[in-house]
Write a protein that binds this ligand. Structure first.
Ligand code: MRU
Length: 329
């Protein structure tokens, strides 16, 4: 178990570790209103595809509790509207809508059996807790299963943050790295800093330090130089959505990393739980890519770094075509 928890259900409230303040400060925020949960997802108090899926599930369970005194006729409609509100918070990671649809299907089924709203609210909370545990298990299994691909010793490049902070525990790509380390493999990780929000430099380096995993932070543009001058065994990344043809949406810069890996014949692995698969979309071109505020690029820690009114394009994710992915784990 990690020495920190990204998400916890505590004293009847949702508790989130505010990842915007890491590594400088460890601050937890409590939530008992579904709109505030949606805001926490949108403003990236919590982030990472599996983590926002589980958080949204708790968000919907909170909404059900908020609505449980509504008449049964409006309860379900109100719950669907709350689900839509939560889904809008961040559009790219399919884990979010997957979790909401999963809980709404349970609520609808119970409502059809004339189950009272109080019991439906209790069932949704219980299901959110089940998803919470299932995420830990899935990530652990993923990390163990992937070991056949990780040599010993191994030097890998990782992008963004995909660890215990991006899930309930372990995480996906960092879960693979963590299990390798736990199994005694000599693994060294180059962490892309991951502009503009620096999840690699702040969050992944925080996790590597917490688990004593040897690591080195590099700027995103350094991966080509690193691959051309050092023996890199693999690139390992997570993802936010996989289309039916195997194209992958992940943090902006993933596609560049995949191209460099391809040019250097370095295996490029993408790790994710099944809740990240979206068989409804034929290819990556159909994935909705979130665009975030220009301020993430024009400012660093509140300090403006571009001239006034500089035009900015800030897609939070990109699409890596399946042909550049060696394996989906
Ligand atoms: O914008 P973020 O920080 O939520 O982006 C996170 C990523 O892109 C991760 O690589 C992805 O969600 C997989 S996390 C296990």
């Amino acid at each position: 178990m990690s020495p920190f928890r990204s998400i916890e259900w505590k004293n009847g409230r949702l508790r989130l570790l505010d990842q915007r303040q890491l590594p400088a400060q460890t601050v937890y925020q409590d939530y008992s209103d579904y709109k505030s949960v949606a805001e926490a997802i949108q403003t990236m108090v919590v982030r990472g595809a599996p983590a926002i899926g589980v958080t949204a599930a708790f968000g919907l369970a909170i909404a059900a509790k908020q609505f449980q005194s509504h008449p049964p006729k409006t309860f379900l409609a109100d719950l669907h509207a709350a689900g839509e509100y939560l889904v809008q918070a961040r559009p790219t990671a399919v884990n979010l809508s997957w979790a909401i649809n999963h809980l709404l299907a349970i609520a609808t089924d119970l409502a059809e059996k004339t189950t009272p709203p109080t019991e439906i609210a209790a069932a949704l909370l219980s299901e959110a807790q089940t998803l919470y545990q299932a995420d830990i298990e899935a990530c652990k299994q993923l990390g163990t299963y992937a070991q056949a691909l990780i040599p010993n010793p191994a030097t890998v490049i990782h992008h963004c943050n995909t660890g215990a902070l991006a899930a309930v525990d372990y995480g996906t790509a960092i879960g693979v790295i963590r299990v390798a380390h736990e199994q005694g493999k000599q693994i060294h990780v180059f962490l892309d800093e991951t502009r503009p929000r620096l999840q690699g430099a702040s969050l992944s380096a925080y996790e590597m330090k917490a688990f004593s995993i040897p690591h080195t932070v590099i700027v995103d543009g350094a991966s080509g130089y690193v691959m051309s001058t050092q023996k890199i065994d693999a690139c390992i990344v997570g993802c936010d959505r996989v289309a039916a043809n195997g194209d992958v949406a992940n943090k902006i810069g993933t596609y560049n990393l995949a191209l460099v890996a391809h040019a250097h014949s370095v295996p490029f692995y993408v790790a994710c739980p099944t809740s990240t698969l979206d068989m409804n979309l034929a290819s990556g071109t159909e994935i909705n890519i979130e665009e975030r505020t220009p301020a993430e690029i024009t400012h660093i820690k509140g300090q403006q770094i571009t001239p006034d009114d500089t035009p900015v394009f800030n897609p939070a994710f990109d699409i890596t075509p399946a042909k550049y992915i060696t394996a989906l784990i």
